[in-house]
Design a protein. Structure first.
Length: 161
């Protein structure tokens, strides 16, 4: 077994991941950061109408800059992964998206391997809720999401899970 490979707590041989779980959790965090791009705090006081337009422009520019940085980081991290780890990432997302069981891992991974191309990062970034699907995929294979919950950014006040 590859020393960087991850094996779920249930030790099912067909459920072995070639991608380290910590790497998946890092990507989940970055995907969530990217998904929260429109969540900048509103100003405490209402500025005058002229100032309001300026604030909106500045907020949009800040979002664009932050998103560009997160996008670059996600593209770099995912793009630098070996092909088998990129395949695992997509298979985990599919496992979580499609509410599959751990018994479906081998066939889901085979489908992901057949579909693999050089656009894994773009594919995951275009998938709504990709971070949630990856987390659900890890959970399906036996990794608890307790650590992932601790890494999540705090929810805005009044936002319930």
């Amino acid at each position: 077994m590859n020393p960087s490979a991850a094996e779920p707590p249930m030790n099912a041989s067909e459920s072995v991941l070639s991608i380290p779980v910590d790497t998946v959790r890092f990507i989940i965090g970055k995907l969530r950061e990217y998904d929260s791009r429109d969540m900048l705090a509103e100003p405490v006081e209402d500025p005058s109408p002229l100032e309001s337009e300026d604030v909106d422009v500045l907020r949009e520019q800040e979002n664009d800059y932050r998103n560009a940085t997160v996008l670059q980081e996600l593209h770099a991290v995912i793009g630098d992964l070996p092909e088998d780890q990129q395949v695992d990432l997509v298979a985990l997302a599919w496992l979580g998206r499609d509410n599959c069981s751990a018994a479906d891992w081998r066939s889901t991974r085979e489908e992901a391997a057949e579909a693999h191309n050089a656009r894994t990062a773009d594919y995951l970034l275009g998938m709504s809720m990709a971070g949630d699907f990856l987390e659900e995929g890890l959970s399906t294979l036996g990794w608890s999401d307790e650590h992932a919950a601790a890494e999540r950014p705090p929810r805005p006040a009044g936002d319930t899970p």
